[in-house]
Design a protein around this ligand. Structure first.
Ligand code: SF4
Length: 595
């Protein structure tokens, strides 16, 4: 096979999680991934597609999914069989701090002369530390790196030295690549400024068509699967924005963080017609729901109206995030355009004071009005999310949020139909680097246990999520955060069974998992008192099988978040049609350009 220009590798959170005994806790109960966080960032697809479109060969290998699917999957053999000019590894979400660096070491050992590049939000934040690792050659900073990645691929393909001497012509070339962090031949790091931060998302494809084409080209669906359960439940994301207008206190995706870390002065919104087109193209090969990331009303009423006009008549389920209260008229317009929609609301707490401290701008009354309007318009379901461990929140306050959920269940359940489904989970494992709370913990009532990348990498190997947590608050210490999470999960689970949202069998299974997890937390706490490190590790390893059995869907069954689907989930016919029609368009373009 011809050499690849770029191979994008997605690591599991901890390498090798299959051998470790770590009680991850309910860190991924409310996301499609398992606690290994096997989902790769959407930027993988946009970068790979952009480079392919410009004549470079790229592929994605989701090592995390492959390792989850096959306990004998040999990562080293896979990497040895890859012939790539550059190996790219994402460190987007900080929980990959361990796995990503371990994978980079393996790549460096097997392919010592091939540069290893890191990218993503956490890589950008920790670029200065990351470039010091011997296994890291480049870090690409910023939230939009398609063009700088193309520049780097061109440099490497033209024979450019990844580590030129500082005063060479090649060094001047590397200096011209925006956002790049690199090392010269003396090992000195050079941090190019972030000058590439485009105001729009035009020119990139966010519809996974590049992935579909690569699956056809490399005949390797297994390595491209975004997360383990995807073939059973192919939920896909459509991105409205890079950046955000809000600045929630613990979020690494707020406008303040994007300004300080990514040099993004304002959010870059996807053109609303392009967004609708992304969704329709996803719908041509997937029967699963599409999660529209970012409130469509965030850029304003006109944007939302243009989007609804463009998506009108779309028949598959769409999930929408709501960052502020929506008026009745808007829900009516939404329902007219799209018959099947689900609304996701992050309430964080029932207590408006706590919610405001988090950064959410809406009152309970406004949210309940929005729920009324949504149901009145025909909304399929509203998922309400509460969080444990946030600013100004006590143990008692968490329990009151569960009681508030009861009130909503009572109000919004009728004749066996439950319009509102509440969920609760901890802010775990990490407080986001770059967020206001991370940068100034004392001011916001937080205490941090880890600050550097290396400290986070080490924490990920701790035997339970209580010890992995990188924070506690003035209002709840780590023990209380853990206790509140399990107790709230237990009460929420029982309540859902009481109201018939879930079956009693399902509730009993969740209850048993919570019991098991609480028991394991206590056992691990006891083992942590053993002074002899070798003995302690051995004893913790003995818990491995029980720990692994408790690591998924702890405080709720994540399938509660799913929309029921029947029949074939992926349409190969639709995927092939999209590939053929794109190739035809490319062919026509090439002909017209006389190529
Ligand atoms: S948590 Fe707040 S700042 Fe972060 S993405 Fe959501 S709305 Fe924006």
């Amino acid at each position: 096979m011809k050499q690849l220009d770029l191979t994008l590798l997605h690591a599991p959170s901890v390498y090798d999680f299959r051998k470790e005994s770590i009680l991850y806790g309910p860190v991924s109960d409310l996301v499609p991934s398992t606690p290994v966080f096997e989902m790769y960032p959407i930027g993988f697809t946009t970068i790979a597609e952009y480079l392919e479109r410009n004549g470079f060969r790229c592929r994605i290998v989701n090592l995390a999914v492959r390792m989850l699917e096959d306990k004998h999957y040999d990562v080293e053999k896979t990497i040895a069989n890859l012939d790539s000019a550059i190996f790219g590894i994402d460190l987007h979400w900080l929980p990959h701090a361990h796995g990503s660096i371990e994978i980079s070491k393996i790549v460096k050992r097997i392919h010592p002369d091939r540069p290893v590049l890191f990218g993503g939000i956490s890589s950008t934040y920790y670029h200065a530390e990351l470039i010091q690792y011997p296994s890291v050659d480049f870090v690409m900073r910023g939230d939009s790196t398609e063009l700088p990645m193309l520049n780097l691929a061109q440099y490497i393909r033209s024979g450019g030295n990844p580590h030129p001497s500082a005063d060479s012509v090649e060094a001047k070339e590397l200096e011209r690549i925006p956002n790049l962090v690199w090392k010269d031949n003396a090992g000195t790091s050079h941090i190019n400024p972030i000058t590439y931060s485009p105001d729009s998302l035009d020119g990139i494809l966010l519809d996974y068509s590049g992935v579909v084409k690569s699956v056809v080209r490399y005949r390797d669906l297994a390595s491209y699967i975004p997360f383990r359960a995807w073939t059973r439940y192919p939920i896909t994301a459509a991105l409205t924005v890079r950046g955000c207008s809000y600045n929630c206190v613990t979020c690494g995706g707020g406008c303040g963080v994007f300004r300080n870390i990514h040099n993004r002065q304002k959010p870059a919104f996807r053109n609303p017609e392009d967004l609708a087109n992304d969704i329709r193209r996803i719908g041509s090969f997937s029967k699963g729901p599409v999660m529209v990331l970012g409130d469509i009303r965030q850029p304003g009423e006109e944007y939302a109206d243009r989007f609804l006009k463009a998506i009108s008549g779309y028949k598959k389920p769409l999930y929408f995030e709501l960052f502020s209260a929506w008026p009745r008229e808007f829900f009516q317009k939404l329902a007219k355009a799209i018959p099947e929609f689900v609304i996701e609301i992050s309430m964080e707490s029932h207590d408006e004071k706590v919610r405001r401290a988090f950064g959410r701008p809406y009152s309970n009354e406004e949210i309940e009005n929005s729920i009324d309007y949504a149901i009145e318009a025909g909304c399929q379901r509203l998922d309400l999310f509460f969080m444990v461990g946030i600013k100004e929140q006590t143990y008692e306050s968490v329990m009151e949020s569960v009681e508030y959920s009861r009130k909503l269940l009572q109000k919004y359940s009728k004749d066996g139909v439950h319009h509102v489904v509440p969920f609760i989970s901890p802010m775990a494992p990490f407080l986001d680097p770059g967020s206001r709370a991370f940068e100034d913990p004392e001011k916001h009532g937080f205490k941090l246990f880890a600050k550097t990348l290396e400290e986070h990498r080490q924490r990920l190997l701790e035997p339970s999520w209580k010890y992995v947590l990188n924070y506690e608050t003035k209002w709840m210490n780590r023990d209380q955060i853990v206790a509140a999470t399990y107790e709230a999960g237990r009460r929420m689970n029982a309540m859902k069974a009481e109201y018939g949202v879930i079956t009693t069998e399902k509730a009993a299974a969740t209850e048993a998992r919570i019991d098991q997890a609480v028991q394991l937390i206590a056992e691990i706490d006891d083992l942590m008192k053993i002074k002899d490190e070798v003995v302690r590790k051995e004893k913790i390893l003995e818990l491995k099988h029980r720990v692994h059995a408790s690591n998924e869907s702890t405080v709720c069954d994540k399938r509660e978040l799913e929309t029921p689907m029947k029949g074939l989930k992926i349409s190969l016919f639709g995927a092939a049609g999209m590939v053929i029609s794109d190739w035809f368009v490319e062919f026509k373009r090439a002909l017209s350009q006389g190529k």
